[in-house]
Ligand binder design. Sequence first.
Ligand code: COA
Length: 331
Amino acid sequence: MSGLDYQVCIAGTGSYVPEKILTNEELAKRVDTSDEWIFTRTGIRERRIAAEGEFTSHMASNAARKALEQAGMEASEIQLIIVATITPDTITPATACYVQQQLGASNAVAFDISAACSGFLYAMKMSKRMIADGAFENALIIGAEKLSAFVNWEDRTTCVLFGDGAGAAVLRRAAPEEGSILATEMGTDGKLTHLLNIPGGGSACPITESNVNDHLATLAMQGKEVFKHAVNRMKQAAETVISRADLQPEDIACVIPHQANLRIIDAIAGRLSVPEGRVFVNLDKYGNTSAAAVAIALDEANRSGVFKRGDNIVMVVFGAGLTWAAAAVRW
Ligand code: COA
């Protein structure tokens, strides 16, 4: 068949964060920092840390179960699972395969994508297209990260920023009276790979006996440079989807940005001309959970009634790569 173009809606959302809270005060006992420094520079107060034996796939599955429940679907009905993560359980197989097994979603095709903090919206765009063209009837997309396993806990410039968690959404063909994903945008600038990366642990730089103490398999970042690009790219991406969806900034009931830094969020909010007070923020509780961040925020905003059926929302993200993405959705 050709020429199909089904509308695609978000039928359910879910999220999960580990129980263990690590506060700024506790971090200040480990490295030379303070609650005041962290909060004023980033807006973060605390983050969650996965328990011993708790992996990215476990958090992903917990978030997915809640999204399935809200969508009123059984795991066996799911046809496609995409996990966006930079902290997979294992390099291979994909974390999505473990999730498929944990959920009992045995009819689903499952794979991971690696687009750092932009991964959840990359997954949304891909799965939207795959449902729209009739290849799949539904998809479970998940952003899940155990960043605590890839942070150098002796480096105060990075360890204060990140946390663990997962968020999920069920996408399916929309009925005519339902909302839908109106517009999406993604972008990449591979010239800037050096600004934010995990340099070791891959084939370019395996961890060996001679470099095992160099913390090469942990996040390294040029924070100031990343900051500048994040603001510009997220502003452009959000404006693109608002315009592609044929909307005006004042039509947007809620903007859900990547939760990395409150100053980045404020800078974007100021440049977007969306009315004040419509930007959702929860990074004070979780820090930057990379691919999980926008997914957790979407679920919290959804469940707390920040927007309602018929409202227009915009999600916008940015991350290593550099990558960025946005989506405009009528709920
Ligand atoms: N506690 C106390 N001092 C710290 C610190 C910490 N946790 N981390 C860095 N510092 C110090 C630095 O060593 C530096 O000291 P110096 O002037 O004596 O050299 C000083 O604070 C300023 O550091 P700088 O890196 O210039 O701070 P900043 O204002 O740029 O803030 C970030 C740092 C990381 C908070 C900020 O650059 C940022 O948020 N960038 C974007 C990062 C991001 O969100 N990335 C993810 C995108 S997906």
